[in-house]
Design a binder for this molecule. Structure first.
Ligand SMILES: Cc1ncc(COP(=O)(O)O)c(C=O)c1O
Length: 452
């Protein structure tokens, strides 16, 4: 018997059984680190999903949840979107893969070029980290230089994780503390150099110290930090002054901040950009786009993969972008995000909790402002636990990745659940401890030595 959303949840027995088996067979249990159950309230939040529809999913124990994570931001229209799935099914009937190019790949390239300001040519791929690696390879090929200045999260590949070879804390601000470099060639040390967001001199220092060696500046144009006035334009100017290309990693901002990404929103056109996540409503599709002269260099480089021309995801991407345009999905996300942020901020104010939603209404994250990191971590876990009990699934510290399927009804349900969850959090704050409230295992950063 399935339980209805809103009922109290007692069992995640089947989730626990399946995940235990997964851990025996799959190192870490999941492929994406964020999908590991310790990213939510371990022992209370669901661990294994059975099916999903719109803004909801059901776990293997039959519990129904409103999903605030949405497959880590990749499902922008809602699960099993009828238009996207129809396009994929139509393509499956014709075959999704061929020994030749298929015309919809050209159609999608045209659609992307019409949509994204810097896009004059397009390369498709599957994973975001992989697409970032393609962009870096092209930049290195175009400039004949090896080094990369970065600011943000850019995936799992050697070029990026190598940043921690020179100093083990180089990725702390952009990814996680203590990211290990095991398996990354030591000879890459010093080739990926971080710079600080909203601090032009920090980038200048990197470019000055590595004169004529930096191929590109790659960055997330904004996350929950917003750029100070003219910052992105100044970054572009500085990169060009030193002969480096500017790449925006728009894997998060793409289609969410604006249809044409952050580059459209802030009116700063980079030389290249990388899109993924929301591009195909959860089907694995990414795009590296950019200036014709830069992109064209890749035709004479070895950047090639069998499944990059797979047409099931291309069909999904085409249907997804067209629906985002047709239904003004970006406007919807901003509107619902505004409703949610206003409601959430009112709740914490009313309860007297020192917390805020950071970022734009369409891309927020939760910050409990209680200084002590460990206590904040416990509060985040408790909040996540209480939401799960209310039938709302979230990750620790996550806010709400609103999709087109989340209408006012869902947003208000999440706010009602948040109010009940935050009332419990407030009790723990007043008590100065989560003792007696936290039933889940306290979350720990992924590479924390205390992690099992
Ligand atoms: C900005 C950014 N770049 C790269 C990636 C890596 O993408 P993927 O997980 O698809 O490899 C992510 C994923 O969260 C991201 O947010």
């Amino acid at each position: 018997m399935r339980k209805k959303q809103g009922e109290k949840f007692s069992s995640i027995k089947k989730s626990l059984e399946i995940f235990k088996k997964a851990e025996e067979l799959i190192p870490g249990g999941t492929q994406l680190l964020s999908r590991r159950p310790r990213q939510a309230a371990y022992g209370v939040s669901p661990m294994v999903a059975e099916r999903a529809k719109g803004g909801y999913f059901w776990d293997v124990d039959g519990n129904k949840y409103i999903d605030t994570v949405m497959a880590v931001d990749s499902v922008i229209l809602g699960y099993c979107d009828p238009d996207v799935d129809k396009a994929v099914i139509e393509q499956i009937k014709k075959s999704t893969t061929f020994s030749l190019l298929h015309p919809i790949e050209v159609e999608l390239a045209e659609e992307i070029i019409r949509t994204i300001p810097c896009a004059e040519m397009v390369r498709f791929g599957k994973g975001g980290g992989e697409a970032d690696a393609v962009a870096i390879r092209i930049a290195r090929g175009f400039t004949g230089r090896d080094k990369v200045a970065f600011c943000g999260y850019h995936g799992w590949h050697d070029w990026y994780i190598s940043a921690n070879l020179e100093s083990s804390g180089n990725l702390n601000k952009y990814l996680l503390p203590n990211v290990p470099t095991k398996g990354v060639p030591k000879c890459l040390s010093g080739t990926a150099i971080p710079f600080e967001y909203n601090n032009l001199s920090s980038l200048k220092e990197v470019l000055e110290k590595n004169k004529e060696e930096v191929a590109c500046v790659i960055m997330e144009p904004s996350k929950t930090n917003l750029p100070v006035k003219n910052y992105l334009n100044d970054v572009k100017e500085l990169a060009h002054k030193y002969g480096a290309l500017l790449i925006f990693d728009e894997i998060n901002t793409g289609f969410r901040l604006a249809l044409g990404g952050a580059q459209e929103f802030y009116d700063v056109t980079p030389d290249m950009a990388v899109f993924g996540k929301a591009m195909a409503n959860g089907y694995p599709l990414t795009a590296v786009v950019g200036r014709r002269d830069v992109m064209e260099v890749s035709k004479d480089m070895f950047i090639s993969s069998t499944f990059w021309d797979d047409n099931s995801t291309i069909a999904a991407g085409l249907a997804c972008i067209r629906k985002i345009k047709r239904e003004k999905v970006t406007d919807h996300i901003w509107k619902m995000g505004g409703r949610y942020a206003k409601g959430w901020n009112e709740i914490v104010r009313k309860l007297g909790i020192k917390a805020e939603l950071k970022g734009f209404p369409c891309m927020t994250s939760i910050a409990f402002n209680y200084g002590n990191k460990s206590f904040v971590n416990q509060l985040n876990t408790l909040y996540c636990q209480e939401l799960a009990k209310e039938g709302v699934f979230g990750y620790i510290g996550y806010s709400f990745n609103i999709s087109f399927a989340h209408k006012e009804k869902e947003v208000d349900k999440v706010l009602e659940a948040a109010e009940r969850a935050l009332s419990v959090v407030k009790k723990a704050i007043d008590q100065g401890s989560v003792k007696g409230y936290l039933k889940a295992e306290e979350s720990k950063p992924l590479f924390d030595k205390r992690m099992v």
